[in-house]
Ligand binder design. Structure first.
Ligand code: FES
Length: 573
């Protein structure tokens, strides 16, 4: 147990000198009694609430609930805001700001008199950004995932937020839905507080932190508006005080085994490809050696156990009622490091022992899974020397081995300008190649890898084509989409050298992505290649372009990898 006199916060609040007075006195203008400053664990509630992050719009209320638990357990809760990243609003992409938000979290924790942290998260990047920042400080930390929205309901049918977006162009172009229908759908699909209700990136991130052991058991799938989510927040408030007393820091939970568990679980739930980039970045912060290859080695043969959109049929509300992640963990137990410790002080194996499945249509068994193999495949080849990824469970089986002619778009703007041109030389066997959407090139590596198909092919009934880019894909999306090509085109990776008419070979089974152009011609093209002009010359974006690492390393800033720790050598003075 941590000696209360050694609480970090006492460096600020424990003194009887001038600085002790200064640290306490101004805080007391908020009405705190003197005893709160005297040896109680101070718990920072790191809130990503923002009206511009609609998925996190309920977290203000949740902070108040967490505070009740903290106070009840003898702690002193202090809420603080951090940069919040609203996926559907921010331009050019929230991923550009993930590392900035993580810096905000790291420095807000380090600079303040905090002993333990509760991270309130929800929308996609609000989870990895806060976890990355907290890892670089490494205090006891627990996460309260904000929870998914209720199932979307549209004219008697269920509809998933996020995944419907990818059908809009097809439904409009084929006349299946009118503009009025789409407007009606807007409200039907997002009908309660919470994040996307599919197994998109937000649900994947919530699943990831539970699988890593950073939440109370069962926290991730509870819908945002279910009263049990409030209970979870309350209990998390109580628990973080105990974690401080036990000095259960992040690095004690985030072992290599915990990361391996998260990779296995992500495969079994059909989670987003975005997990790769965020988990690599988190591992880099906490100091665990994790590589892109680990995702294939550990996860690619894991069966798909849940029947959730976008890999399957159901939505997060159904998943929670079926038993949620504890049931999946119990099914996977023999494939997990069951002894990995979690935030409640018990092992992940102990936490799922009593789990029971209430709907086998939603959560399948290991013996009879939805699909025998579901993890993410890591491709290698001359088109992606450092790797690329594909999510086989969201791809078309017939396209997993494919040779086709490249149709190249140099930038996202070039794609928009030409994709629906009736004279564009493209058919369903072509391979769409999109450049300039990597970490440095866009900048920020947006979720555009699953670009819409050309209108003329949609009207022909084509549903999927091979698409290759250095960008990412939304966790709610699907298709035979090769992503995260590294090195990216903006720094002269082979992707930059692809020209219209080149043949490209994709063979997912063999883990191969090959540009069928001779080395001599590639050398000539490389010699003639000119790097694009950087899109920013100042400010954070310039800093980002100069320091961001490639996708296969997690796209963190090189100067942010690792920890600063919680010690701050110099006082306020
Ligand atoms: Fe926020 Fe999907 S847009 S979680």
């Amino acid at each position: 147990m941590q000696d209360e006199k050694k609480l970090r916060s006492q460096q600020w609040f424990g003194g009887d000198d001038k600085m002790g007075f200064v640290h306490r006195s101004w805080m007391r203008n908020q009405g705190y009694p003197d005893d709160l400053f005297r040896g109680r664990p101070v718990i920072g509630i790191c809130n990503t609430w923002s009206e511009l992050t609609p998925c996190n719009g309920h977290l203000r209320e949740f902070a108040e609930i967490v505070k009740k638990g903290v106070l009840e357990a003898g702690g002193f809760p202090l809420e603080f805001p951090v940069m919040s990243l609203g996926e559907t609003i921010m331009r050019p992409t929230t991923m550009l700001f993930r590392n900035l938000a993580s810096m905000d979290v790291e420095e807000s924790i380090r600079a303040n008199p905090l002993d333990g942290i509760v991270l309130l998260t929800g929308c996609d990047k609000t989870t990895p950004s806060t976890v990355m920042g907290a890892c670089s400080v490494d205090l006891p930390t627990i996460i309260v995932p904000g929870g998914p929205m209720l199932n979307g309901k549209y004219r008697g049918s269920e509809v998933g937020s996020g995944s419907f977006n990818w059908m809009i162009k097809e439904k409009q172009k084929t006349g299946v839905m009118t503009t009025a229908d789409i407007t009606e759908m807007e409200a039907c699909v997002a009908r309660s507080a919470g994040h996307c209700n599919t197994m998109g990136t937000a649900s994947t991130m919530a699943t990831m932190v539970e699988a890593l052991g950073l939440t109370l058991p069962g926290a991730s799938a509870i819908p945002a508006v279910d009263a049990r989510k409030k209970t979870m927040a309350w209990l998390s408030g109580r628990r973080i005080v105990e974690m401080v007393k036990a000095d259960l820091t992040l690095s004690k939970i985030l072992t290599r085994q915990a990361f391996e568990n998260a990779i296995v679980v992500n495969a079994a739930v059909g989670g987003s490809t975005n997990l790769i980039i965020h988990l690599l970045a988190i591992a880099g912060r906490i100091g665990v050696d994790l590589t892109l290859e680990d995702f294939d080695k550990i996860g690619s043969k894991i069966p798909l156990l849940v029947n959730l959109t976008p890999s399957g049929k159901y939505l997060m509300e159904d998943y929670y009622y079926a038993g949620g992640l504890p049931v999946v963990l119990k099914e996977l137990k023999e494939l997990l490091h069951a002894h990995a410790i979690t935030a409640n002080g018990k092992t992940i194996g102990e936490n799922c022992d009593a789990a029971e499945c209430f709907n086998r249509e939603v959560i399948f068994t290991l013996a009879e899974p939805v699909k025998p193999e579901a993890g993410i495949a890591v491709l290698k080849g001359n088109l992606c020397e450092n790797g690329a990824v594909i999510k086989p469970s969201a791809a078309t089986p017939q396209l997993m081995k494919h040779r086709g002619i490249a149709v190249v778009f140099e930038t996202m703007e070039d794609y928009h300008a030409r994709i629906d041109d009736p004279t564009l030389d493209i058919d369903e066997n072509s391979v769409i190649v999109l450049k300039g959407v990597g970490p440095k090139g866009y900048p920020g590596m947006p979720e555009v890898g699953n670009v819409d198909l050309p209108e003329k092919l949609i009207l022909k009934g084509v549903k999927d084509m091979v698409r290759i880019s250095d960008g990412r894909m939304s966790g709610t999306a699907y298709g035979t989409v090769v992503l995260h090509v590294s090195p990216e085109s903006a720094i002269g990776g082979t992707l930059a050298l692809v020209e219209n008419g080149d043949f490209i070979e994709l063979d997912v089974e063999a883990r191969r992505l090959h540009l069928d152009v001779s080395e001599e011609i590639l050398r000539q093209r490389k010699a003639a290649w000119q790097p694009p002009e950087p899109l920013a010359t100042r400010g954070y974006v310039r800093l980002y372009i100069d320091h961001v690492e490639q996708a296969d390393k997690g796209a963190d800033l090189d100067v942010l990898v690792g920890k600063s720790g919680s010690e701050v050598a110099r006082d306020l003075h």
